[in-house]
Design a protein around this ligand. Structure first.
Ligand code: GTP
Ligand code: MG
Length: 202
């Protein structure tokens, strides 16, 4: 049975020429800068430091590819929305994202990572409509749930669910582990890991 802990860094790409040859379906983590994409990827793979995280928004400026055991990949996308960067870098970001989103046939699914305190910003809406148009299913992580009380978590969840009635959606925290197994369960189902059980990870 494949184990998320056996996920390995493959390569980083600064442009389409750097994308690795296709190697199974790709599940890409998208979201605003600093939302917690890289941290979510590390929590799901139970591998600290696999994807680089930072307090400085805009840390991930490359597309990072990770090989999953048994085929398929996780992809850590650079985040959008960091104000303090020059226009030239924003333009490069846009070009890199467009070439990946529009050109990558092996892109199978999107995990949209949103800070539970700041969901559904314009970039998130753009990503959701792109994914719908492109026929890529989306799973939403409302992350940093540890920053809110249980009550406020549920209120935020209900609010986003109301705005996105069709979406697959969950609470998540890379810090306290909320929802990590739920997210793994979704990924395992997508990957066809039929008999995968959370307990096998422990
Ligand atoms: N409390 C808390 N902090 C988190 C959580 N996830 C991420 N963080 C923090 O949020 C900051 C940004 O996390 P990253 O995972 O680097 O965010 P990112 O979305 O990959 O950011 P970019 O690569 O800049 O787009 C870091 O300081 C993390 O430690 C979480 O679930 N709870
Ligand atoms: Mg990152």
């Amino acid at each position: 049975m494949p184990d998320f802990r056996d996920t390995r860094f493959l390569t980083s790409a600064a442009d389409a020429g750097g994308f690795p040859p296709p190697g199974g379906p790709e599940i890409a983590f998208a979201g605003r800068s600093n939302a917690g994409k890289s941290s979510a990827l590390n929590a799901i793979t139970a591998t600290r430091g696999l994807a680089r995280t930072s307090k400085t928004p805009g840390r991930t400026q490359l597309i990072n590819f990770f090989d999953l055991p048994g085929g398929g990949r996780l992809v850590d996308l650079p985040g959008y929305g960091f104000a303090q960067v020059p226009d030239a870098i924003k333009a490069r970001w846009r070009q890199l994202m467009e070439s990946y989103l529009n050109g990558r046939e092996t892109l199978a699914r999107i995990v949209l990572v949103m800070d539970i305190r700041h969901p559904l910003k314009p970039f998130d809406e753009q990503m959701l409509s792109w994914a719908e148009h492109a026929g890529r299913p989306v799973h939403v992580l409302l992350t940093k749930a540890d920053k809110l009380t249980r009550n406020h978590q549920n209120q935020a969840l209900a609010k986003v669910r109301k705005a996105l009635p069709e979406a697959s959606l969950q609470l998540f925290s890379a810090q306290d582990g909320t929802g990590v197994d739920v997210a793994r369960q979704h990924l395992a189902a997508w990957l066809g890991w039929d008999e995968w059980q959370p307990r096998a990870q422990k």
